[in-house]
Design a protein around this ligand. Structure first.
Ligand code: GDP
Length: 419
């Protein structure tokens, strides 16, 4: 039991890099939205005849309101996406179930995945699926119900069924990871359409190979096609069914060495997605998804990790699966932050830059107007000053004249009286 990663340790999970970045960029976009809408309100309230803003400038700022709203919607849907590929029965569904810690996808004999199945978090704690051919929500309570729903559909192998699952047992779903299972690459002729429809936005690809055989040409060809469309896709290779090696311990090391050599050759020399051999070795794992799923199912029920006969090397394989999960989480969260948020950051900067430019032009025009007004005010004041002084002069002169006239009149009157 001490081997298990409890869901509570998800706080330290490398997935938090993405979760925190998403929260931060959402907060920043909240501020951008406020800024743009305040700017719009302010500009619209300016008097129409003020000549401070042109119609084109108003349209630029108004159009940003819708743009920012759109980006916020995309942001809320942004997630980390991992797609699983490999031949039928290599164990893709079992790997996904192990990572989700719950038997969600049907697997095993009698069930082959014949369309793409995307598992993502359910926002309302209900489990349901939506397939591409109808927008109807079908409730699914169990794996068998899901298997039945998938079999009854008449979907093509490039079609997508979205399974929404509650997150209480699945830390990966809670942290915004979506997992995509694919039909076996050995049976589908539609690889190009698969890549266009399901791979271009994947952050990580996991090739589930069968450690009982070597990598097949069909598996390699698929990844050649992917890397022709995407520059340096992140590829992990799981050599699954490694528990089978326990029955032949004398060949175990030799077989592992050979698989490692060939897979590293493939990643470095053929696919060129890893720069060095040691980097590639960090992308190759030898695991048993079936054992991990069983152990995690036991763990959930409060039982010891393995209740039946313990196959030799179980603990090593279990550790290696956990090691894969850790490296995968680190890789997917960093890659998703780069690919998803880099674009949003650039757009956000452009929006704020545009709005600021308009505001700056407006400020310049307003300052120029104010300067012009204060100049004419100064001229009027000077004129008034001059008039006032003139008046003063005139007043003094008049006063003297009146005094003289009064004196003369007085003089004349007293003279007349005397006479
Ligand atoms: P998919 O077609 O690639 O999705 O393969 P599934 O997940 O359906 O697995 C096919 C069969 O292989 C199932 O019966 C699984 O139980 C079994 N299987 C999956 N992983 C392992 C493993 O690691 N070891 C062993 N022995 N069997 C496995």
């Amino acid at each position: 039991n001490s081997l298990s990663i409890s869901p509570t340790t998800a706080i330290q999970s490398p997935l938090q890099i993405f979760v925190r970045a998403k929260k931060r960029i959402n907060d920043i976009y909240g501020e951008v939205e406020q800024y743009v809408s305040d700017s719009c309100k302010f500009l619209s309230a300016l008097p129409k005849d003020s000549d401070l803003i042109t119609n084109e400038e108003l349209v630029v700022v108004n159009s940003h309101v819708e743009k920012v709203k759109g980006i916020r919607e995309v942001l809320s849907r942004d997630h980390m996406k991992v797609a699983f590929f490999g031949r039928t029965s290599n164990g893709k569904s079992t790997v996904i179930n192990s990572m989700l810690r719950e038997r969600i996808l049907p697997s095993g004999i009698g069930h082959t995945t014949n369309c793409f199945i995307q598992v993502e978090k359910s926002e309302n704690d209900e489990s349901y699926l939506i397939s591409e051919d109808s927008m109807e929500r079908k409730n699914v309570k169990s794996v068998s119900q899901l298997a039945h729903s998938l079999c009854t559909g008449s979907l093509g192998d490039s079609a997508l069924v979205r399974v929404y699952w509650p997150t209480d047992k699945c830390p990966l779903l809670r942290d915004d990871v979506v997992l995509v299972d694919s039909p076996g690459i050995d049976v589908s002729p539609n690889l190009d359409s698969w890549i266009d429809r399901h791979c271009l936005d994947a952050d990580v690809f996991v090739l589930v190979a069968n450690s009982e055989s070597t990598l097949m040409l069909t598996e390699k060809n698929f990844f050649f096609k992917v890397s022709a469309r995407l520059s340096k896709p992140n590829v992990f290779v799981l050599n699954n069914r490694w528990d089978a090696s326990a029955s032949e311990p004398e060949y175990l090391e030799e077989v592992r060495r050979q698989h490692m050599l060939r897979t590293v050759d493939f990643l470095v020399d053929e696919l060129k997605v890893c720069g060095t051999r040691s980097e590639a070795e960090q992308r190759v794992f030898f695991v048993s998804a079936k054992e991990v799923l069983q152990a995690r199912t036991n763990e959930f029920k409060g039982l010891p990790l393995n209740t039946g006969i313990v196959t030799d090397g179980f603990h090593g394989r279990y550790f290696e699966f956990q090691d894969f999960e850790r490296k995968f989480e680190e890789c997917i969260s960093k890659s998703a932050v780069r690919t998803k948020f880099d674009q949003h950051t650039k757009r956000g900067k452009a929006v704020v830059g545009d709005a600021r430019n308009v505001m700056e032009v407006l400020l310049e025009r307003a300052s120029a107007k104010r300067a012009a007004k204060s100049q004419s005010r100064r001229e009027v004041l000077d004129h008034l000053d001059f008039t006032e002084k003139q008046l003063q002069l005139v007043t003094v002169e008049m006063k003297d004249k009146i005094c003289k006239m009064v004196e003369e009149v007085e003089h004349k009157v007293s003279k007349a009286l005397n006479d």
